[in-house]
Design a protein around this ligand. Structure first.
Ligand code: NAD
Length: 459
């Protein structure tokens, strides 16, 4: 710091304005803290974070318009008559921009009403009590008492594939590509692959592992793969992309190398934490080899600094970040708070959707827990049939305690049902607790009831 520059005193400094950061700021304000939130904005973020600007919300907007188009065509067999349906992506971009502005404005006004000071600028720590923020009007210096880091991630770039598009580029497109190669069959590859296929793009998905979304139960991903193949998607599993030259992609797998050509090439091979530019070591914060911040079970990296969201271990999900943020702020305020959920729900917005919470059958086996597994097909579910979908529900129940340990589903709209599983886990529910609960007919939720009924009848 230059002599003569007086730093502004800050009670709680929150770095990052995404679901982790803004939730932390709001909870801290509720607890009577004076909060300053710094976000650098730019192409990948702003208040609302990557989730609002380039992630969860714009991807669901694209998925929705692609699905509406696809369903319009699919429902011709049910008598729907439409002269001509088409998607204009330039108009879509305006609609998407309005949605983001509306939701972002909502977060900004919540922060303003809570008295949170928001600084737009790029922050770096200068030592364990001060930081500098480069803003459009110059550098501001802050003298902070406590800090919370919630700076999220950016798409991982593999040097040899750097010329390809990221998910941010795909979500900003104004024209539907005729063909696309997608590198990585994880969350992003499968969601955007589905959306592009529905819009009429010829999609090839290249995945290094032997199966798509290798961390998810194979019975669930099997449904998604078959559904995507019916949409015309080609999968090359057990293949890695080794190079990209213009529109040409070189793929290596069993049988050697081959070349693919596409109008668009999307690389979605994971995300990298934005922890490398903050000078975190100067604030006494340790990073692991992957650039994640090491925290304890109260989300504290040291007694005065907490970290939440994609910059700490665990799934990179917005709702995990916001749940951790509440714990972190409470711990910084001296309250007894720990992050110990019994399950963190996850959803992949493919068609059919995947939604899951708690232990899978494979994870239970790895942990040597004896379980009973119940299943129900959504092929026989009346509501699923009218939605033109099938799928399944799988439940994992602890043999000894009878507790429900996991709920895993693939089907249309199952994203809206997985909170029932999260609630069952948190309430330490047994199968009988759920089967004694009346589930409405005709809904996809009856599948959960049926899967658990199959467990009760096995006992
Ligand atoms: P991911 O980790 O989900 O999947 C990346 C995939 O790429 C893996 O299956 C991996 O085996 C494969 N891969 C890596 N290198 C490869 C190569 N050279 N060639 C071929 N395949 C290769 O990553 P993502 O899809 O980029 O998503 C990033 C994160 O964003 C996820 O971890 C997720 O938490 C989050 N996300 C969540 C949602 C949601 O909640 N619905 C949606 C999108 C993204």
């Amino acid at each position: 710091m230059v002599v003569g520059e007086i730093p502004d005193p800050v009670d709680l400094l929150v770095v990052g304005g995404g679901p982790g950061g803004y939730t932390a700021a709001l909870r801290a304000a509720e607890l009577g803290r004076k909060v300053t939130l710094v976000d650098r904005g730019g192409d990948e973020g702003g208040i609302g974070g990557a989730c609002l600007w380039v992630g969860c919300i714009p991807s669901k907007a694209l998925i929705e318009v692609a699905d509406a188009y696809h369903q319009t065509i699919a429902m011709r067999r049910a008598g729907l008559e439409v002269d001509a349906a088409a998607v204009n992506l330039a108009t879509f971009q305006t609609w998407k921009g309005d949605l983001i502005a509306q939701l972002g404005g909502g977060v900004e006004s919540l922060l303003a009403s809570a008295g949170v000071e928001v600084i737009s600028g790029r922050l770096r720590f200068t030592n364990g009590e001060s930081a500098a923020v480069d803003t459009s009007t110059g550098t501001r210096f802050l003298n902070w008492k406590q800090a919370l880091i919630a700076v999220g991630t950016r798409p991982s770039i593999i040097a040899s594939l750097a010329s390809a598009s990221t998910s941010t580029d795909i979500l900003a497109m104004k024209e539907i590509p005729a063909s696309a190669v997608i590198v990585g069959a994880g969350y992003i590859g499968l969601e955007l692959g589905t959306a592009l296929a529905k819009l009429g793009t010829t999609v090839t998905v290249v995945e290094a592992a032997e199966r798509i979304a290798p961390t998810i139960d194979p019975q669930l991903t099997g449904h998604v793969r078959r559904a995507m193949e019916r949409m015309g998607v080609t999968f090359l599993t057990g293949h890695s992309v080794v190079g990209i030259d213009g529109r040409e992609v070189t793929v290596a797998g069993e049988g050697g190398e081959r070349k693919l050509n596409a109008d668009r090439i999307l690389v979605a091979v994971g995300r990298t934490p934005n922890t490398d530019e903050l000078g975190l070591d100067r604030a006494g914060v340790k990073l692991d080899q992957g650039g994640l911040i090491e925290v304890d079970d109260s989300m504290l990296a040291n007694p005065r600094v907490a970290a939440v969201g994609d910059v700490v271990a665990g799934p990179a999900l917005a709702h995990k970040a916001s749940a951790e943020a509440v714990v972190a702020v409470e711990a910084l305020c001296g309250l007894p708070s720990k992050f110990e959920p019994r399950g963190i729900p996850m959803v992949v917005f493919t068609d059919p959707e995947i939604a899951s919470v708690g232990l899978t059958e494979a994870e239970a086996a790895e942990m040597q827990i004896d379980v009973v597994v119940g299943q129900a097909s959504l092929g026989a579910n009346g509501r699923s049939a009218t939605l033109g979908s099938d799928g399944m529900v799988k439940v994992v129940v602890d043999l000894a305690s009878e507790r429900i340990l996991g709920l895993h589903m693939v089907g249309r709209h199952v994203s809206e049902l997985v909170a029932e599983g999260a609630l069952a886990l948190e309430m330490i529910a047994t199968p009988q607790d759920v089967t004694n609960t009346i589930h409405p007919h005709p809904t996809v939720s009856e599948g959960i009831h049926h899967a658990l009924t199959s467990v009760v009848s096995k006992r």
